[in-house]
Ligand binder design. Structure first.
Ligand code: ASP
Length: 393
């Protein structure tokens, strides 16, 4: 059996057993072990492969062009994602028939200051950034070091070959750790189904269905279209190539933790060159979250509906704008989206307590949005690679 087939089997077994025997939630540590092992690889892998990547892109103008294209792709797909989310919410009417029972009170976290966000991208201490897994800071320092190493020519070679070797080691360990994925998938699925049971899910079924449909449509239309149009890649090949990463994202609910697997998939299965993958995917895992954006659009509409608040054009605009920003600001960790949702509701003048309605099943929303988040980054890497030097075959 191929690894992805084993993961699928683990997944199904975990789901079924979790439904039948909720006590199997105790298996969660198997999943946590897997997540820890993968996380162990993130900082060295992103740093090392981006240093090598930046040095092989070589000239700064090309680097700027790749960066520009990447950001354009991220923004465009995220905006479309929210639109799709809102349209599907309008069609499905997720809040219709929802009986509002007592909800508590929810305090929103305030939106961060834009200037601070930009300043914070520049590390004051590279080792601290690595130690804290601060992705944007790691990206910025790796770009500088990669460029510096190229500028000094021969003298930079030993360091570049060290980074090259470190990156290879990390990719290889990712492959080893993935052998554990089927068991982790089973354990995490058993845990999710055990904790969320049917009674909790049923009242929110329509909202869940709307979020799942919008996400899947976004992947089928936008990502398929993008890889086909820009890279003449068969969308099925794209989805199949990313399957392991999808399974890991779905079960771990963390784009950051999925990063080593999704970079490996994009490079080995889709032929995305290392220098593009190691730039686009870590950046995307941090700032490009189409699934999260979709979820915010649908949830804002759902909450407005449940509270009987009609939305005007200005509020829709606010939702689109703030959901884009909130998805950029959300960290690639489980449950980040539901916290950032507070920002969107606040801006659109919707009751923050609405969050408490959906927070209980957030994990189920998180599974699909994280999967789409990493898929969007991979599609972006394919698109950028295809419009630069092409994909490796
Ligand atoms: N869990 C998501 C991710 O890692 C973020 C979110 O909560 O929306 O991509």
């Amino acid at each position: 059996m191929k690894l992805w087939q084993k993961v699928l089997v683990g997944f199904v077994i975990g789901t079924v057993l979790g439904l039948l025997f909720p006590q199997l939630a105790v298996l969660k540590p198997v999943g946590d072990l897997f997540i820890r092992l993968i996380k162990m690889l993130i900082a060295p892998m992103v740093f090392a492969s981006l240093v090598v990547g930046a040095s092989s892109i070589g000239d700064v103008r090309k680097l700027g062009r790749v960066g520009g294209k990447t950001l354009l792709y991220f923004m465009a797909t995220t905006a479309v994602a929210i639109l799709i989310g809102i349209v599907i919410a309008l069609i499905i009417q997720p809040g219709a028939g929802f009986i509002l029972t007592e909800v508590g009170e929810y305090e929103a976290t305030s939106a961060p200051n834009v200037i601070d966000v930009f300043l914070d991208m520049v590390p004051t201490n590279i080792l601290n950034s690595l130690a804290a897994d601060n992705m944007l800071q790691i990206i910025v320092s790796a770009l500088f070091i990669g460029i510096g190493a190229t500028v000094i020519g021969q003298k930079g070679k030993p360091f570049l070959s060290f980074c090259n070797s470190l990156a290879e080691i990390m990719y290889t360990i990712t492959g080893m750790v993935m052998e554990l994925a089927p068991y982790a998938a089973a354990a995490l699925m058993a845990w999710v189904t055990a904790i969320s049971g049917v009674e909790v899910l049923l009242p929110l079924a329509k909202a869940l269905i709307a979020v799942y449909i919008a996400n899947i449509l976004h992947a089928v239309i936008i990502y398929s279209g993008a890889v086909y149009f820009f890279a003449q890649m068969n969308p099925l090949h794209f989805f199949r190539g990313m399957f392991e990463a999808l399974a890991v994202a779905f079960t771990t609910c963390s784009s950051a933790a999925t990063l080593p697997v999704s970079m490996r998939n994009a490079q080995k299965n889709l032929g995305v060159p290392n220098e593009i993958s190691s730039f686009v995917q870590p950046l995307g895992a941090t700032i490009n979250m189409d699934g999260t954006a979709i979820y915010m659009g649908v949830s804002a509409y759902f909450i407005a509906q449940v509270y009987g608040i009609p939305l005007g054009p200005q509020q829709y605009l606010m939702i689109i704008l703030t959901a884009t920003l909130a998805s950029i600001g959300a960290a690639g960790v489980p449950g980040a989206g539901v916290i950032m949702l507070g920002m969107v509701l606040h801006a659109a003048g919707l009751p923050l307590d609405g969050i408490l309605l959906i927070a209980g099943v957030d994990r189920i929303f998180d599974m699909i949005r994280t999967s789409m988040n990493i898929l969007g980054d991979a599609a972006g890497a394919v698109v950028v690679a295809a419009t630069e030097d092409g994909l490796e075959t």
